[in-house]
Ligand binder design. Structure first.
Ligand code: GBH
Length: 489
């Protein structure tokens, strides 16, 4: 489907909210200030040899802990409806548990929230964006079923502290990345690298923790506080290389995001059938006495089913999928998540790339994804909780502008056909600590100067374009901002 008609000015329907996002560890800095304790990212970035590109850490990051007023000023400059940020568990609860609340940490978030609300910018708050308390990691983190209690206790404190003012909650950011990249693979903390086991244990526990938190809010808070609760799931598009690979592509989608979307949003709940069958079959072949994929009890299936007021989607890119004769038992390590899934994937060489090697520009993939979510899950309310593009430093970011225009265009195609998209979030407000890539890959509408102790933020060309799009509620491929003028409120 050709989604782009670049000659017309396209009206953006009223009612879709626009914002930007960041996450605590990626922007706050102040890693050990005012009573904050150590998270798994503090531990990882301080370990030797340093695992992050250029030995970067989030010790100072964007210094948002001290610069929340400037951050809110930028939100105002852009004219945003909302700002999606996350809370640092170890800043609020230094023991990990509810026995000690760190007032200074609470004060930081109160200040940020109150400053935003002064200007009518809605806080959308993520409870967990990857910075688990190290103490809980030492007890197994997301592989320990007790994490369900640890997380819901933390969530209860957070709802009590901020729920009078925060009306949009996300429990977990990207369970697939937490579990697969953190516990299965070695590309996010805690780098467990135990795929085929730890990633599946994490998947079960994180879904139960999410669902218990959802029900706690519904039962105990929503009547008084009146907010909504959801989850942000990463879902890239997986396209069949050719028609005969349709089944392989569908299996990739079920393994990659069905793992998390199916239990919450499908009619029957539970992990996708194909995943349960495949992992069980592989496990028995390999000599296990039971499936490496843990089962949900019937009560857990019911608990998780429907446990979200909306579906948050982080979408960045697409891949092509095939399965052929060359896929043998040696293609992937066995057991492993990828061996269980049993497909091959690659990026089309004609797709333009961001600085992040995994990020190719494929706007029609976004359209296909939204269409698929609409048809498979009975048109759930969708919040696009992240979408964005990486460059090197520099203020002239035409490739980012082009990415945003094409992706928003593709999103509007799906909206025209009935997709219930309620919000769109650009990742990111400003450059920040891009996990193992450090500060080399930049996603910001604002550039951050990391040489400058003040971490000065400067609007990129894309900030001007995003602002104008929101102001006029029009998508105009020909709009050229005058970046010699300062961006003003
Ligand atoms: C999101 O992850 C995250 O929510 C956000 O925090 C992040 O900054 C943003 O997108 C951009 O990445 O090349 O081995 O370092 C999107 C999924 C997670 C995919 C991290 C790439 C790192 C792989 N990304 N992952 S590696």
């Amino acid at each position: 489907k050709s989604s782009v008609n670049r000659h017309e000015i396209r009206k953006i329907p009223d009612g879709i909210l626009f914002g930007t996002a960041t996450a605590s560890y990626q922007v706050e800095g102040a890693w050990n200030e005012d009573g904050k304790s150590e998270s798994i990212w503090d531990r990882l970035t301080h370990s030797t040899p340093c695992p992050v590109k250029n030995c970067d850490t989030g010790d100072i990051a964007d210094d948002s802990y001290h610069q929340y007023e400037r951050d809110v000023e930028m939100l105002r400059e852009l004219g945003l409806d909302f700002y999606r940020f996350s809370l640092s568990w170890t800043r609020i609860l230094p023991t990990s548990f509810p026995d000690k609340i760190n007032e200074k940490g609470v004060e930081y978030y109160n200040n940020l929230i109150d400053e935003m609300l002064k200007y009518n910018i809605q806080p959308m708050v993520t409870l967990y964006h990857w910075d688990l308390p190290q103490k809980l990691q030492d007890m197994g983190g997301w592989t320990n079923p007790h994490v369900v209690d640890w997380f819901t206790d933390y969530a209860r404190i957070v709802f009590e502290l901020f729920g009078d003012r925060v009306k949009y909650w996300f429990t977990i950011n990207e369970p697939r990345e937490v579990c697969y990249e953190g516990y299965g693979g070695p590309s996010l903390a805690p780098l467990y690298n135990m795929t085929g086991y730890a990633d599946y244990m994490c998947a079960k526990n994180i879904l139960v923790a999410h669902a218990k938190t959802y029900h706690m809010y519904k039962n105990e808070f929503s009547k008084i506080q009146g907010g909504t609760v959801g989850i942000a799931i990463s879902a890239n598009w997986f396209e069949a290389e050719s028609e005969k690979e349709a089944e392989a592509a569908e299996e990739a989608r079920q393994f990659e995001w069905g793992t998390y979307i199916n239990p919450i949003f499908s009619k029957n709940g539970d992990f996708p059938a194909v995943m349960k069958e495949r992992v069980a079959a592989k496990s028995f072949e390999q000599g296990f006495f039971r499936s490496r994929l843990p089962e949900f009890s019937p009560e857990e299936v019911e608990l998780i089913k429907g446990s979200s007021d909306f579906l948050g989607i982080n979408h960045y890119t697409s891949k092509l999928i095939y399965r052929n004769a060359s896929l043998t038992s040696d293609t992937y390590p066995s057991p492993s998540f990828y061996d269980d899934m049993g497909v091959m994937s690659y990026y089309d060489s004609t797709w333009e790339s961001g600085v992040s090697s995994w990020l190719k520009i494929v706007p029609w993939g976004f359209y296909n994804l939204l269409t698929k979510l609409r048809t498979d899950y009975d048109n759930p309310p969708i919040y696009i909780t992240e979408n964005g593009f990486s460059t090197y430093e520099g203020l002239e970011d035409d490739s980012r502008i082009s990415y945003y225009r094409q992706y928003i265009d593709a999103m509007l195609d799906a909206v025209d056909e009935g997709s219930d998209v309620r919000a769109y979030t650009a990742w990111s407000l400003m450059d920040n600590f891009e996990w193992l890539q450090g500060y080399a890959n930049r996603f910001g509408l604002y550039e951050v100067d990391y040489e400058d102790p003040k971490r000065t933020r400067t609007a990129r060309k894309s900030a001007y374009v995003y602002k104008e799009m929101l102001r006029t509620r029009q998508l105009d491929y020909h709009y050229e901002p005058d970046t010699t003028l300062p961006i003003t409120i």
